[in-house]
Structure formats: C-alpha cells, structure tokens
Design a protein around this ligand. Sequence first.
Ligand SMILES: Nc1ncnc2c1ncn2[C@@H]1O[C@H](COP(=O)(O)OP(=O)(O)OP(=O)(O)O)[C@@H](O)[C@H]1O
Ligand SMILES: [Mg+2]
Length: 270
Amino acid sequence: MAARRTVVLNNRGGVGKSDVTVRLAAALAKRGRRVGILDFDPQGNASRRCGWRYNQGAPQLTVSEAVRADKVGAMAGVWTPVAWDVEYAQRMMLAPAWLELENRMAEAGVQGNHLRLAKALQGADNHLDDLLIDCPPSLFHLTQMALAAGHQALIVTEAEIDSILGAKRVRDFIKEKRHLLHNDELTLTGVVVNNLDPSGKAVEREQLASIRRIFGDLVWEPVIHRRAALTVADNQALPLELTKASGAGPARAAFELLAETYEKRSVDAA
Ligand SMILES: Nc1ncnc2c1ncn2[C@@H]1O[C@H](COP(=O)(O)OP(=O)(O)OP(=O)(O)O)[C@@H](O)[C@H]1O
Ligand SMILES: [Mg+2]
C-alpha cells in the first residue's frame, strides 16, 4: 500500500513549510512510523536540514531525475537515509532535491506532465507509513505535481496577513483545481500556524483569531511558537534533540503534539 502522502504548502515564502515537514516527520518517526520526506523544492532546504549535500563529484539520483524519467516507480532509486545521529532517524528516508529540479518547470506545458510525480511514486513509497512532500513557495508546476500525487494537503501559515492570504489562495486553488489535476479525492486536512511569538504580541493574536475565523476546525493544535532552537537546528542540519539552543525542549514537545494531531486528523491512504 502507498504511504499516506501529505503535501505541505503555501505559496507565501518563508512561513515554515520546510520546518514543519522536517520536524513533523521527525516527531512521527519518534512514534515508530516509517516516514519519508520528499523535497520538492529546488532550494533543497529540507534536504540540507536532513544532512544531505549534492556531490558534483559523485552525482546522486534526486527527485528531479525521477520526475524526468516519467516512469512508474522511478522514485524507488532515489531514497536515501536521513543522516542524523539519533535512533529514530533509522525510520526516516529522504528523497532529496537541489537546483536541478528547476529544470522540470520548463516542461510544465506538456499535457499530462503534472502526473509525473504520482507516476514516479507508484509502488515506490510502499515501504513507508507516511510521506511528507515539501513544496516550493508557488502554486505552479512543481506544487501541482505534488497536489496530483497527494492524499491530503496541509497548509502552513504565520499569523501575518500575507501568509494568511496565501493560505486562502491555496485552499481555493485545491477546491477549484483538484479536478483538473485528476485528484478529486485530495483533501485539505489542516492548517498549521507557525512562528508565533511566544510572548503573545497583540498584532499576532489578532491575526491568529482571524485564522481561526477563516479556517475553523481545520486549524491544527498546537500552534508552533518561534523558538531559536528551530533556526539553530536548521542552520546546523541537526535534529532538535542534538540542539542546545534555547527553546529546544518546548519546540520538540510542540511537534510531538502536532504528530498526535496529524494521526487523528489525517485521511486514510488510498
Ligand atoms: N517556529 C520557528 N521558530 C524559529 N524559526 C523558525 C520557525 N519556523 C521557521 N523558522 C525559520 O524561518 C526560516 C524560514 O523557514 P522555512 O525555510 O522552513 O520556511 P519555508 O516556508 O519552507 O520557506 P520557503 O518558502 O523558502 O520554502 C528558516 O530560517 C527557519 O529556520
Ligand atoms: Mg521551504
């Protein structure tokens, strides 16, 4: 059976899509789940944070080649272990990306090309329980391929007007376009609010209230607060357990609770 595939997205940049992908994946692996992180952003931020580097001297297969192949199961040869020195990382696999993935964008106009990721994943994620797909800050071709391949979509937003507008655009896009993407079953499963100031600034409190008004029950608990440890862990390509910066404990706890919400709120894989 295919992994449960979650597309993590917002066309607003810098809201924490890659962070939520990587840290939620880690929290799921801690719960014993076998988790894949599929980096579908040419920036390759999730890949780097998992300790992966593209080596020009010994080229590695990445998601870009799997998609270009346009063959059933092509992703099978791409998975690589997450290189973190913690026990649960044994249950984490990465399908990495780097700048080369930009080249797939030029192929957007070819009919049916939005189905290439779904095709590449067919039979190639059966060894996983969950697959989190980290999207670029765009609703164009790469994100459309991810939406065509996913079972559910998870929006990440900050309590800030432009990312909330981005979240609304994503919600409407999914509703209006999932049919054209040949994925009528795709469900918007939740909205994660990230990077909230823990001291509770009034302006952010107001924006959080408006997120709750707009998205209601779709808002997942807990809200993820701004924690220096997350930035440090990202910078150093470390798991939160090996990060000494302030807020590592609360950040870990928040993602562990978010993983519980994920398990309660996710749709069943097809
Ligand atoms: N809760 C948080 N606390 C502290 N720093 C955070 C938090 N979430 C994200 N960051 C930092 O904010 C920056 C943006 O996060 P991230 O790269 O995950 O966003 P993104 O939405 O994936 O960006 P892009 O649109 O470029 O893909 C990074 O430097 C990250 O370390
Ligand atoms: Mg990102």
